[in-house]
Design a protein around this ligand. Structure first.
Ligand code: FAD
Length: 285
């Protein structure tokens, strides 16, 4: 497997761009940079979407009706998803309904089994290079070989930059059964899966100092089940998992550039899939 940066000849106004971390933030920025003609190399410590992104439900719904900067950015990001999804469908010749649903009123859903591989496919089609199983430990080495470096390592940004990132643990679950449509109520999210006869649900937050992969606290599991069954008592639990959402307060600005050509994406918390298209692409001349 190739492990060197993308070394296509650099031309005026195109940059060699290294992106560190292939979650939703890294993949969408890499896709947009490659679409703009830049020479993109994406480095992922494990496999694509092996962090918070791969644990997510794919629900794109504003979590508040507030007008704080973060709420406005979430709505802006969500509003960009239909065009982005259509572009991906066209470029990868993948039927849109297999990975994107429009629930009306500005609420959408992504198929998390497909959206990350599709983004990776589209990046490669545009000449981008993706290295999996390639953790970055030495930023200076990467920066010496590229023009712009963008850190999208989620919780990994803490080790790379010293950013004060904590974890908001959350529960997500898959149920057998059917419901009519997407339900978003008091921070409980329930929606039909892209697999027929299955329903996804998520809620319940608590804070941790670092990612947790152990047993789910029984009280937290009981809380999620109680809330789901209050709405849809017929659903049968199939699988439940604990997800680690990298969180930083405040989350805005979504992107900072502490040095020329070095850019850091804030830990995106529990709304990263919706937010991602609103992250500025920091490659102005
Ligand atoms: C259970 C659960 C359900 C969720 N549901 C939703 C939802 O329905 N809608 C929504 O909008 N959001 C949801 N979220 C939140 C969303 O998943 C996150 O906000 C988002 O995935 C964060 O994306 P990211 O790219 O910033 O980080 P991550 O997805 O964590 O990606 C960071 C990547 O960087 C890699 N990495 C780390 N260190 C290094 C290094 N040194 N070198 C190279 N690579 C490195 C990691 O392996 C990882 O793949 C949910 C989260 C959870 C946990």
């Amino acid at each position: 497997m190739q492990t060197t940066p993308n070394t296509k000849h650099k031309t005026q106004n195109t940059y060699r761009v290294a992106i560190i971390g292939a979650g939703i933030a890294g993949l969408t920025l890499a896709y947009r940079a490659a679409t703009a003609g830049h020479q993109v190399t994406l480095y992922e410590a494990n496999t694509i979407a092996s962090g918070a992104s791969g644990q997510s439900l794919g629900i794109l719904v504003p979590v508040t009706g507030l007008n704080r900067p973060i709420d406005l950015l979430q709505r802006q990001g969500i509003a960009q998803w239909p065009a982005l999804a259509q572009q991906l469908a066209t470029e990868t010749t993948t039927p849109l309904p297999t990975f994107f649903r429009d629930w009306q009123n500005g609420r959408y859903q992504l198929n998390t089994a497909l959206i990350f591989p599709l983004l990776a496919q589209a990046i490669r089609q545009k000449g981008g290079v993706i290295h999996e199983n390639h953790p970055i430990t030495n930023l200076a080495n990467i920066r010496n070989q590229t023009d712009h470096t963008i850190l999208t390592a989620g919780y990994g940004n803490a080790a790379l930059t010293g950013a004060p990132i904590t974890i908001s643990a959350g529960l997500a679950a898959r149920f057998t059964g059917d419901i009519e449509g997407l339900i978003a109520q008091d921070n409980l999210f329930l929606c039909p899966s892209f697999t027929a006869g299955e329903v996804l649900a998520g809620s319940v937050n608590w804070s941790l100092q670092e990612p947790h992969h152990g047993a789910i606290p029984p009280a937290k599991q009981a809380e999620l089940l109680r809330r789901v069954h209050a709405i849809a008592p017929h659903l049968k639990l199939q699988e439940i998992w604990l997800g680690n959402r990298p969180t930083q307060t405040p989350r805005t600005p979504l992107l900072t550039s502490p040095e020329p050509m070095l850019h850091i994406v804030t830990a995106l918390g529990k709304i990263g899939l919706g937010l991602a298209p609103a992250i500025p692409l920091p490659l102005a001349n």
